[in-house]
Ligand binder design. Structure first.
Ligand SMILES: Nc1ncnc2c1ncn2[C@@H]1O[C@H](COP(=O)(O)OP(=O)(O)OP(=O)(O)O)[C@@H](O)[C@H]1O
Length: 351
């Protein structure tokens, strides 16, 4: 599977992957859950031309007391239950790439051992004194703020520096909505060959607009799940805004709201037009949001809205920041500062 998308942030990510791939330097991929960090590791490995394989270990999914044996392997009889010799993941990745997912969850005592292996490139199985040379390329991933963990004493600072020679930022889906059509195509292709028997339904224009208004907290994994649900429930009918409304029920208020906001960029909220209907709809959606959330974080909600406004305006104004700033009654420098704050990059700077 290829990393799909033509958005600026994905193009930057791909360029960084290709630049780093040939060198055996440690890479840390940072991004929210489901954003495609494992695919980044796979792509790095593919471009590296290392002859070995990619070996993936999820440090959060393996119980703490088993993780060490998983990584280092063990000799027969090394501990109760070690009925036979087992090769560890470091050895398995010899000549290839070792991908340690959720590295922030690695227990502190194992962090020390990992640091030694990174420095010496030798490993010994539990129950053995024999050191073996291993030649693996290390790629780690996290969706946590590792620096925060360092501050709290939960992650070794020296290890953080060692694993993050190159840092790749994997963007959340909401920051790369322009890639939605490409991602849908990629997920549809997967559905056709994954043996699930599902036929990917087409997506109508208003369906795509409703999907773009949703903020996808589970990122590409959530998009994939949504698509599988849609393939089952829509029974071949195309995914339109009604299907999206049905399948993303808890967030649809947001969709209604954002669609209204997108309309606002046209003239729905134009003071010269009849704004009563959308205003009532807007009020209803706010009421719904308040009913569903005991505490509603207005600040982050407004930030999200602001970011969405800016993205949409840039799209409408074909990434011309001067025109977008005019449309939003902002100074261009203010718009650019806000774009930096929200990590929005225009596809091609014209303004
Ligand atoms: N470009 C893509 N096209 C199709 N599917 C994709 C794409 N990128 C990622 N996916 C799918 O999205 C899901 C999540 O991707 P992945 O496991 O790489 O995310 P992650 O960031 O490593 O998640 P986590 O933080 O939970 O470990 C996977 O099922 C993957 O196949």
């Amino acid at each position: 599977m290829l990393i799909s998308g033509t958005s600026q942030c994905v193009q930057t990510l791909l360029t960084d992957i290709k630049s780093a791939a040939p060198y055996n330097v440690n890479v840390l991929a940072i991004g929210p859950t489901g954003s495609g960090k494992e695919l980044v590791a796979q792509t790095l490995h593919d471009y590296s031309n290392r002859r070995g394989k990619l070996v993936s270990v999820n440090c959060a999914a393996i119980p703490r007391d088993l993780l060490e044996a998983e990584l280092f392997g063990h000799e027969k009889g090394a501990f109760t239950g070690a009925a036979s010799r087992r090769i560890g993941r470091f050895e398995e990745a010899d000549g290839g790439t070792l991908f340690l997912d959720e590295i922030g969850d690695m227990p502190l005592e194992l962090q020390g051992k990992l640091l030694r292996i990174i420095e010496n490139k030798t490993v010994s199985r539990i129950g053995s004194n024999k050191e073996q040379i291993v030649n693996f390329r290390l790629v780690c991933a996290t969706n946590q703020n590792v620096q925060d963990k360092v501050r709290k004493g939960e992650f070794r600072e020296d290890l953080m520096f060692r694993i993050s020679v190159i840092v790749l930022n994997v963007p959340p889906l909401r920051d790369r909505m322009d890639d939605l059509p490409d991602l849908i195509r990629s997920i549809s292709n997967q559905l056709e060959v994954d043996g699930s028997g599902l036929t990917p339904p087409p997506v109508s224009e208003d369906g795509l607009a409703a999907m773009m208004a949703y903020h996808w907290p589970g990122n590409i994994r959530e998009l994939k799940n949504f698509f599988q649900r849609a393939a089952i429930l829509s029974k071949g009918v195309s995914i339109d805004s009604n299907v999206v409304r049905k399948l993303l029920p808890t967030e649809i208020d947001r969709t209604v709201e954002l669609t209204a906001f997108q309309g606002a960029i046209g003239q729905i909220y134009d003071t010269h037009s009849d704004a009563k209907t959308p205003a009532r709809e807007h009020e209803r959606s706010i009421q719904n949001l308040l009913e569903k959330n005991n505490v509603f974080c207005l600040k982050s909600h407004l930030d999200d809205q602001e970011a969405q406004f800016i993205r949409t305006t840039l799209r409408i104004e074909k990434n011309n920041t001067a025109s977008a700033a005019n449309r939003l009654a902002l100074k261009r420098t203010t718009l650019i500062a806000k774009m930096t704050k929200y990590g929005i990059k225009p596809q091609s700077e014209k303004g």
